[in-house]
Design a protein around this ligand. Structure first.
Ligand code: IMP
Length: 179
């Protein structure tokens, strides 16, 4: 089965290929805007809809698109879907200014699947943890600030461990089971 992954990020496509090993996963690099919503599920669905509309992929192929973010409990889930613009415009240090040490947070990912002649589906994954002062320089984004539950190293310190349990991996595994 062939699946197009609508994303500008080739690392995500590689990730998808590793998990959806029975499928041929191709990158679909198409311009998509992120709708303003507090829900990563809604954003992922909107992205996959745009990808199908704007690209000239065959009518009978499966297309996926994703969205993800860091949701901090006592900030009512902020930055959530705004994680990327918050990081580039304000920065991680200012996020720490807003929090008490050990604030609970989780990473969440949503992957939307467009099914030809079927109803679009969304698969989600999440990993709980807490926000700490940055440790380690592995990974990307908020990884150095994120200490997963029952662990003593952040995802910045142990990116290999992250790959085993990540929110994106959980969502991809659910997608694989569905397919
Ligand atoms: P997107 O899903 O590619 O739009 O990513 C949204 C943003 O959420 C990223 O730019 C990061 O700031 C943050 N984020 C999502 N997943 C991760 C992760 O696994 N590690 C660190 N930051 C992440």
């Amino acid at each position: 089965m062939k699946i197009y992954f609508a994303t500008g990020n080739s690392g995500k496509v590689e990730n998808g290929r590793n998990i959806l090993s029975d499928c041929s996963v191709e990158q679909l690099d198409v311009e998509m805007f992120e709708s303003q919503s507090g829900s990563i599920q809604e954003i992922a669905l909107s992205k996959v809809g745009q990808a199908v509309e704007k690209s000239d992929v065959e009518d009978d192929v499966f297309v996926i698109a994703d969205d993800s973010g860091l949701f901090v409990d006592n900030l009512n889930g902020f930055p959530g879907p705004l994680s990327s613009p918050f990081d580039s415009m304000v920065g991680k240090e200012r996020l720490l200014d807003l929090l008490d040490a050990g604030a609970d947070a989780e990473f969440r990912a949503a992957i939307a699947l467009h099914i030809p002649d079927g109803e679009d589906q969304v698969f989600t994954g999440n990993v709980e943890g807490e926000i700490v002062r940055p440790r380690g320089d592995g990974g990307f984004g908020y990884d150095p600030l994120f200490l997963p539950k029952e662990n003593d190293e952040t995802w910045g310190q142990d990116p290999e461990f992250k790959e085993k349990i990540s929110h994106r991996k959980e969502a991809l595994i659910k997608l694989k089971q569905f397919l």
